[in-house]
Design a protein around this ligand. Structure first.
Ligand code: SF4
Length: 81
């Protein structure tokens, strides 16, 4: 089953909350700095600057909606091998 790598640029993120609202299965505003991050279940890397996660294919559409709606263009994703 293909997986997708999701990257949140937490420096670009303005913490507007749209991503967690549109896709709460994948995104949450972090307790650390209030910026968006990938939830623990899918998180692979987390710092104040970036959050990286691996998600299953069935969550791709939800991530895409959040990425398209993000006013800061802070969310990117790509298929992984
Ligand atoms: S939509 Fe963009 S700016 Fe808003 S919380 Fe999500 S990543 Fe941050």
């Amino acid at each position: 089953m293909p997986k997708y790598k999701v990257t949140v640029d937490r420096v670009q993120c303005i913490g507007c909350g749209i991503a967690p609202n549109l896709c709460p299965q994948v995104f949450v505003l972090g307790d650390d700095n209030g910026m968006n991050r990938v939830v623990d279940e899918y998180s692979k890397e987390l710092s104040a600057e970036v959050s990286v996660g691996l998600i299953p294919e069935d969550l791709r559409d939800c991530v895409e909606k959040a990425a398209e709606a993000c006013p800061a263009q802070a969310i990117t994703f790509e298929e992984t091998a």
